[in-house]
Design a protein around this ligand. Structure first.
Ligand SMILES: *Cc1c(COP(=O)(O)O)cnc(C)c1O
Length: 365
């Protein structure tokens, strides 16, 4: 059996440290906004080179609260990729704003920067590039467009923790960078978790208030806020894993580079476009023989997955707004993309078995 991701091996490798961190948190009996969250925020800010880090309850909340704190509201339009997880667009809708979906580059799976400008209208307030599968979007061009049009840049870094672009980490380019610590993400906790990094003191202050019932001082409430806090146990686990994140991401790159070597003449392997260092949250290929390959992998006990089968402009929830829209590259990609097992500890023989099985599937195709 080869799973998409093997969380158990990673836990067993770190078991001594993680168990101790969790037991210490239990013993301290401080469960909400205690010393682990404060320390984790400082450690993440230092690691990413961000001015501020504010931990929240999930990646979806990170996007929601970042957009809210940045002033996105009803009537605003927010440009984002159509080829992403639904949460990117959900956060926009929570605020009564409208997601405007832009097509992608099929080789990087990221928003096509050449198409952003024509999607800008007088109502456009923000752009959310998603560093999909761990590959940094074209931040240089996107930052330049945002600056020229006075738009907010909010990065969805749920899949790109630690990925550098031009010497800086993704998430530190825009007004805010939003992270998820869902268990299977590159940096994952053992439940839900998320975080926002931001540039200004004012934005950090608003985020801290919004995540905690609109309160700066206990039982004094300035605005309607939310209950959206990372808990101490998750923060304690994340502090242990944060110390290994470069090692984890390097492990993923090792797996990807062997896949590239073995698969380049069988499927379209991920393009490295030079906008930054890919951290392979997913290893996603393109193929015209997806069903054939998936069936053969399943037969051999190897997991594979389609991220994502339906672009957001084709989702039922957005059908009314996008009935006639055709975003051809995303649609082409959704029909051919295939994600293969990848995790930092993946053994070489497993990588070779995946490649051999794909090769068998394609013989005579
Ligand atoms: C996982 C993910 C999210 C949401 O994160 P949660 O922690 O699950 O709420 C948002 N955007 C993208 C691109 C993701 O992959």
């Amino acid at each position: 059996m080869i799973p998409m991701v093997d969380l158990k091996t990673q836990y067993h490798n770190l078991k001594g440290e993680i168990d101790r961190a969790v037991l210490d948190a239990l013993e301290s009996s401080q469960f909400i906004l205690g010393p682990n969250v404060a320390a984790f925020e400082q450690e993440v800010a230092d690691y990413l080179g961000a001015n501020h880090a504010v931990a929240v309850a999930s990646g979806t909340d990170a996007l929601h609260l970042a957009l809210l704190a940045a002033g996105v509201g009803p009537g605003d339009e927010v440009i984002t990729s159509t080829f992403t997880f639904i949460a990117t667009a959900e956060a926009v809708r929570y605020l009564g704003a409208t997601p405007v979906f832009v097509d992608i580059d099929s080789r990087t799976f990221n928003i096509d920067p050449a198409l952003i400008e024509q999607a800008i209208t007088p109502r456009t307030k923000a752009v959310i590039p998603v560093h999909l599968f761990g590959q940094p979007a074209h931040l240089k061009v996107i930052t330049e467009i945002c600056d020229r049009h006075g738009l907010l840049l909010i990065e969805d870094c749920a899949q790109s923790f630690g990925a550098p672009a031009d010497g800086r980490k993704t998430g530190t380019y825009g007004a805010a960078g939003c992270y998820s610590f869902f268990p299977s993400k590159n940096l994952g906790c053992y439940g839900d978790g998320g975080l926002v990094v931001c540039k200004t003191d004012d934005m950090a202050d608003r985020l801290r208030m919004l995540r905690n019932h609109g309160s700066r001082q206990r039982y004094h409430h300035d605005v309607i806020g939310f209950n959206s806090r990372l808990d101490e146990i998750q923060a304690a686990i994340l502090r242990v894993k944060l110390r290994r994140i470069d090692e984890f991401n390097e492990g993923r790159r090792r797996v990807a580079s062997l896949y590239n070597e073995l698969l380049w003449d069988m499927v379209q392997t991920p393009l490295i476009d030079g906008n930054g260092l890919h951290v392979y949250h997913q290893y996603t290929v393109m193929t015209n023989h997806r069903e054939l390959i998936m069936a053969k992998l399943a037969e051999a006990g190897i997991a594979s997955a389609i991220y994502y089968p339906i672009p957001l402009h084709r989702q039922a929830v957005f059908a009314d707004d996008y009935a006639d829209a055709i975003l051809p590259v995303a649609e082409h990609t959704a029909n051919r993309c295939l994600s293969l097992p990848i995790y930092p500890e993946m053994p070489e023989e497993s990588i070779r078995l995946v490649a051999d099985t794909i090769s068998e599937a394609l013989i005579g195709s």
